[in-house]
Design a binder for this molecule. Structure first.
Ligand SMILES: [Zn+2]
Length: 225
């Protein structure tokens, strides 16, 4: 799953308008932002599988980034770090929920390759990747809802806030289409480096969010403010 995770980041802006979209993207996509580094350091492994349904990969070993137990740890760490810096409980809880959502969404589409905990053999996944039309519809549907929610929760403060957001959204859709219909990657290293490039999407979201303002005063501010 790719764009479905970004959809969650967009949608959660409504729940915590004080949290930047960049931070929400970081949370919702954290496992897949961590994974490339773990691949490059040899901590986790993936195999190329050009004939596989869904991404042309076999996720053979990724207990640190994608086991349920470790995802809970990452959620606690990210939420805790946010609370430590910003002292905002709602934002911290929303960020932790964003991290957890990644595993839940992966569970829906992945083949049974998601471990419950490091060192355990039992792996889960509902396997919706078996059907490209269904999995793609779910991802794009989620994205449409997330984008709509974000657009209602914020308003562009200037041109960057308007145009920058649209360009980012179109770019995300193009990546999703490329993932679904493009050529398989030439090597695991290529997979990892393309994965690392997702950090730029997080930075892009921070930049766009700086140029938009929350427009839900009832949710974001006390009545006396
Ligand atoms: Zn993932």
């Amino acid at each position: 799953m790719f764009i479905g995770h970004f959809a969650v980041g967009l949608g959660l802006k409504r729940m915590a308008p004080e949290v930047s979209l960049g931070t929400l993207f970081l949370g919702a996509q954290f496992l897949d932002l961590l994974w490339p580094t773990l691949l490059l350091t040899g901590t986790e492994r993936v195999e190329l599988a050009p004939d596989a349904k869904g991404p042309p990969l076999h996720f053979t070993h990724y207990p640190v980034s994608h086991s349920l137990l470790m995802v809970m740890v990452w959620a606690g760490l990210l939420g805790g770090a946010y609370y430590g810096v910003r002292r905002r409980l709602r934002g911290a809880l929303v960020l932790a929920a964003a991290v957890l959502s990644h595993w839940v969404l992966d569970l829906i589409v992945h083949h049974p390759d998601l471990p419950l905990a490091p060192g355990t053999g039992h792996r889960v996944g509902f396997g919706l990747w078996e059907s490209l039309p269904i999995s793609l519809s779910i991802e794009l549907g989620l994205f449409a809802v997330g984008f709509w929610v974000y657009c209602r929760a914020t308003a562009a403060a200037d041109r960057v806030g308007a145009v920058g957001l649209w360009v980012l959204m179109v770019f995300l859709v193009l990546i999703q289409i490329g993932n679904a219909f493009g050529d398989p990657p030439p090597s695991v290293a290529a997979v990892a480096w393309v994965g690392q490039a997702q950090w730029l999407l997080v930075l892009w979201a921070y930049w766009v969010d700086l140029h938009r303002r929350a427009c839900l005063p009832k949710l974001s501010e006390p009545a006396s403010a």
